[in-house]
Design a protein around this ligand. Structure first.
Ligand SMILES: [Zn+2]
Length: 364
């Protein structure tokens, strides 16, 4: 598989600061020209599906037998493998989790998240912030709906206005899903498509093809840019898709919140993660300012999916010294920590003493 450097996959969400509203949920109309805004309350007919009991933690099966293909280059072994099967949808084995979407690429194609350009990555020079994930996958691969719903956008101009061929998203499709998060609707975005195979108003089941992976818009190579948007179909309502797509079986998600002494999130901080079992390393940055949003429940400012279950070291340089911490990644769930100078590292989900609990999500 071709490796792209960090900037090579700079796909989009070239969300210029100038276009950015001061706070999420504020001034949606001004911020997202010509992007369809939906009726906020319209999830009336859906049955509420209770969260599975926390005690019913499954015994994950490890990765499916990998299919190895020969390449001239020698990328990391994992990236030559197919993604293991995902947990069944919807998947949530603890309160706060909401893995409601499937991977938007078929299981028989090699496709992984571009590791060097994740949600919330920020480039101050260009004032670009990444409001989705990039999926490395071959040009022409069918893109699949991540969940059931209706196509509410198909074509050029998702950011800049309908029909604008200079739009950074290129040809894009947006699906408004049948299910919601609390009373709010959910949208998924599929961008840089070489071909769109659906029309606005069309209904899709989960897994229905909607177009082909390509390189339209602001890209230097073919890939799929994928976003999750909450409540409104607008760039400033995105959330980290790694907290919404069901993990591969045997894999978990790390989420964290690193704060300044003020209690506000520490932006744009490099965080290093290393498996204490295999030695494999990952790097992730805390979300940049502006359009990157933490989850309503977790309020994280970093998240990293696709971590095989096991023991890890988390490490970052903060206030003139290295801060290190060991954490266990449990499969099929969000594994959460916070860090502040006052309290250091604290494992576990946000303090339940807060008078707020995660909204229930609903399924069709
Ligand atoms: Zn992208």
């Amino acid at each position: 598989m071709i490796r792209f450097d960090r900037l090579a996959l700079l796909c989009l969400a070239w969300l210029l600061a100038a276009l950015q509203p001061p706070a999420a949920a504020a001034q949606p109309a001004a911020a997202a020209p010509a992007v369809e805004v939906t009726q906020p309350a319209a999830v009336p007919t859906l049955a509420i599906t209770p969260l599975p009991a926390v005690t019913s933690r499954p015994t994950p099966t490890q990765a499916a037998p990998p299919v190895r293909l020969a390449f001239d280059e020698d990328p990391p072994a994992e990236e030559l493998d197919l993604r293991p099967p995902l947990y069944d949808l919807p998947w949530a084995i603890q309160a706060g989790d909401h893995f409601l979407f499937q991977w938007p690429i078929a299981a028989d194609r090699i496709s992984w998240i571009e590791p060097n350009y994740r949600y919330g990555d920020y480039f101050p020079d260009s004032e670009v912030i990444h409001t989705g994930i990039d999926i490395e996958v071959a040009r022409g691969t069918p893109v699949l709906a991540a969940g059931p719903g209706k196509v509410v956008w198909a074509g050029y101009g998702l950011l800049l206005g309908r029909g604008n061929l200079d739009d950074p998203y290129g040809q894009a499709v947006v699906v408004r899903h049948d299910f919601g998060y609390g009373s709010r609707q959910l949208f998924t975005v599929y961008a840089h498509l070489d071909r769109i195979d659906v029309k606005e108003g069309q209904y899709l089941e989960a897994g229905d093809p909607l177009g082909l992976v390509g390189s339209t818009g602001k890209v230097t190579g073919p890939h799929l840019h994928f976003e999750v948007r909450v409540e409104q179909n607008a760039f400033h309502t995105s959330r980290n898709p790694e907290l919404w797509i069901a993990p591969p079986q045997g894999y978990g998600v790390l989420a964290g919140r690193i704060t300044r002494t003020s209690g506000l999130p520490f932006p744009d901080l490099d965080v290093f993660i290393q498996s204490l079992e295999t030695g494999k390393r990952w790097q992730v940055r805390t979300y940049g300012p502006l359009s990157a949003n933490g989850d309503d429940f977790y309020r994280e400012n970093l998240a990293l999916g696709d971590l095989p279950a096991g023991r890890y070291q988390v490490k970052f340089y903060y206030n003139w010294s290295w801060r290190t911490h060991e954490i266990t990644i449990q499969p099929g769930m969000v594994n959460y920590f916070t860090y502040s100078l006052r309290d250091g590292f604290v494992d576990g989900p946000p303090n339940p003493a807060a008078s707020w609990s995660p909204p229930e999500w609903s399924t069709p």
